[in-house]
Design a binder for this molecule. Structure first.
Ligand code: AGP
Length: 626
């Protein structure tokens, strides 16, 4: 989603700003732009890729010591140049056509909920709007408060904003200053190495190779950046010192290696990612989930919390929600702990019955998903203080907000369609299940040893599943010609069917739906024809015979089946039934393996259809607005 980079320096900062945007491209965007102070304010905007912005600023010889840059993912107003950021304010009665130069330039990530009221009042005062965005309102608002001090103008403006924002602003009359502010959307401060420059960005990755000295701005902070110094005030506008952390961010951008796309690379990285995630796990100990600093130096104690809780509430979105759905089967089946899984954007607004003895588990790859963060805050506001996150970014807002944390080690995931983040989440959730079972006295030593052995086998097992790729390529040739697909699973593999359908939708734009196979005859069977491929996840578990009956129902209606069957499952390829045999039966850990062929199917179908695999239309990697 939108990305921000800003800099106040003593050197030409345009290359750093645009490279920063390139590192934020993975978040998803549909336009981009940069504004610098070069005597006055000047800007370049495009609905094309950041690479084209780079060419444009190079051709136009755009240079400046102070600047802001942005990738926009459209919310208010279409993805056209006049809606792209940075937005200018020329002052009341003036607009782009006037001879007066712009006074304020601004970039924004988030959504301003009271933008209509603010727009009306600013228009009444003579401000001329040239976009449909909520962002332009903030530029004019800052201008309306400007009286020679941009910091003061931003502080006065943010008091009037309702909603979520991370902003960066520069001013014609103060050439060496960038002002930033955040509430509800992420923004970090990068402290330059030699005391001659400072930076703002949406995340540390944007500043990889520029600085590793990072300050995570907190809710309500406003920051004043100048080349050799910075100054932060908190939400009450009182001066505040924030910790500078050393953060090793990797851009990951140069590491495509032999792969065609990041999605393919990330699918094939899963044995490594799972191996890294499990590294150092010698036994099931609650300390695996201890906090990372929230409650003092060593964080909160998982041991105490796991003993205290008697329920689990999982909050997440998208793929992360599906990993939570799979974990429910483990948590109730193995740890015998009642578990509720909620879509974060629903939970945050519905009336629910809170229980303080609940462990609230958020699952998020990015750690910045606005709905999941808001759902967590909502749970806390209801008195549920035991919070744990399964997250892939140790420095993210979510890790800072939760008392306990399990950091998956998927590594940076660039492809918008989540793959290795999903399987590492499942690994973390399985460990959590075992840790809770142990805390409740429901895990014998023998079971602990057996489960750990099975987990350690996962990297090897994943390699053998990845070797099925040629067969998935063959399936993808059929799918590439279809416009609809149905995915079926039962029990623990129903969430895997859901995830398989989501992957196919995201990267191929084929309409795909997933059902618990037992639901077929309650409605979706009406959709089945020879034109509707039906994918079935069919491990050799207790529900296999039931699933086989469901598959017969499909065949009897002329539906063509694509079955992922375990090696020892008696389902064979025949007329209208295509079977790929999984190399082994994986027991409780089967979801981590069965999802991989579905990822490969989506990936190769997308390649066959020629879609933008890593940056599917309309989607963003980091969903930082509601
Ligand atoms: C996954 O393929 C999706 N791009 C999306 O559903 C994602 O999982 C969701 O937006 C949640 O993101 P998070 O894990 O960063 O919170």
């Amino acid at each position: 989603m939108c990305g921000i980079v800003g800099a106040a320096s003593s050197r030409n900062i345009v290359p750093v700003l645009v490279q920063g945007l390139q590192r934020l491209e993975y978040r998803g965007y549909d336009s981009c732009g940069v504004a610098v102070h070069a005597g006055g304010l000047t800007r370049t905007r495009t609905t094309s890729r950041v690479a084209d912005l780079l060419t444009q600023v190079h051709d136009d010889q755009v240079e400046g010591l102070t600047g802001i840059a942005h990738t926009r993912w459209a919310t208010h107003g279409a993805p056209v140049v006049h809606n792209a950021h940075p937005h200018f304010s020329y002052g009341p009665g003036e607009g782009p056509d006037s001879t007066k130069p712009p006074r304020v330039a601004l970039v924004h990530n988030g959504i301003i909920e009271n933008h209509e009221a603010l727009r009306a009042s600013l228009q009444a005062r003579g401000y001329v709007f040239s976009s449909q965005t909520d962002t332009e309102v903030i530029a004019h608002l800052i201008d309306s408060h400007y009286d020679g001090d941009l910091f003061e103008a931003v502080k006065a403006s943010v008091k009037q904003l309702h909603g979520a924002y991370a902003i960066a602003a520069i001013c014609r009359d103060e050439p060496h200053r960038v002002i930033g502010a955040r509430a509800g959307s992420p923004l970090i401060l990068g402290v330059g190495a030699d005391g001659t420059e400072n930076f703002l960005a949406s995340d540390a990755m944007a500043l990889a190779g520029v600085t590793d000295q990072i300050v995570y701005l907190e809710e309500g902070d406003v920051v004043d950046l100048q080349p050799g110094k910075y100054w932060i005030v908190d939400r009450a506008h009182k001066p505040v010192a924030r910790t500078v952390r050393t953060v090793q961010a990797h851009s990951g951008a140069a590491e495509l290696g032999p792969y065609r796309h990041y999605m393919q690379k990330e699918i094939f990285e899963q044995p490594r990612a799972i191996g890294d995630t499990l590294e150092g796990v010698q036994g099931i100990v609650p300390e695996l989930f201890d906090g990372v600093g929230q409650d003092g130096a060593t964080g909160a104690s998982a041991h105490r919390v796991f003993k205290a809780i008697d329920k689990v509430l999982i909050l997440a979105c998208g793929t992360s929600y599906y990993s939570g759905c799979a974990a429910k089967y483990w948590l109730e089946g193995i740890a015998k702990i009642p578990t509720q899984v909620e879509i974060a954007s629903e939970y945050r607004y519905r009336d629910s019955v809170p229980d303080p003895k609940t462990l609230v588990v958020t699952i998020t790859q990015s750690g910045e998903t606005a709905d999941t963060l808001a759902a967590l805050k909502h749970a806390r506001s209801l008195g549920m203080e035991h919070t744990l996150t399964i997250c892939n970014v140790a420095t993210s807002a979510m890790v800072r907000e939760c008392k306990l944390a399990y950091i998956t080690r998927a590594g940076v995931e660039i492809g918008v369609a989540s793959t290795k983040a999903f399987t590492t989440q499942l690994a973390g959730l399985f460990l959590l299940t075992l840790a809770l079972a142990q805390a409740k006295g429901r895990l014998s030593d023998a079971d602990e040893a057996r489960y750990l052995k099975e987990m350690r086998h996962l990297p090897v097992a994943l390699q053998s599943v990845l070797a099925l790729e040629p067969q998935l390529i063959s399936w993808s040739e059929d799918f590439a010609r279809k416009e609809n697909a149905l995915f079926l699973g039962r029990g623990l593999h129903y969430p895997i069917a859901l995830e398989g359908a989501l992957k196919l939708k995201e990267v191929t734009y084929i309409h795909a739906e997933a059902y618990a196979a037992g639901e077929l005859k309650h409605g979706p069977l009406a959709l089945v024809t020879s034109e509707m491929p039906v994918v079935a996840v069919a491990p050799n578990d207790a529900l296999l015979e039931k699933l086989k009956s469901n598959l017969q129902e499909v065949r009897a209606r002329g539906g063509v089946l694509y079955v992922l069957a375990d090696r020892d499952t008696q389902i064979d390829s025949s007329e209208g039934i295509h079977v790929i045999r999984m190399p082994e039966h994986y027991g409780a850990l089967s979801p981590l393996l069965h999802v991989v062929p579905l990822q490969l199917l989506a990936y190769h179908t997308a390649c066959a259809r020629g879609t933008d695999v890593d940056k599917p239309r309309n989607l963003a990697k980091s969903v930082t607005v509601e």
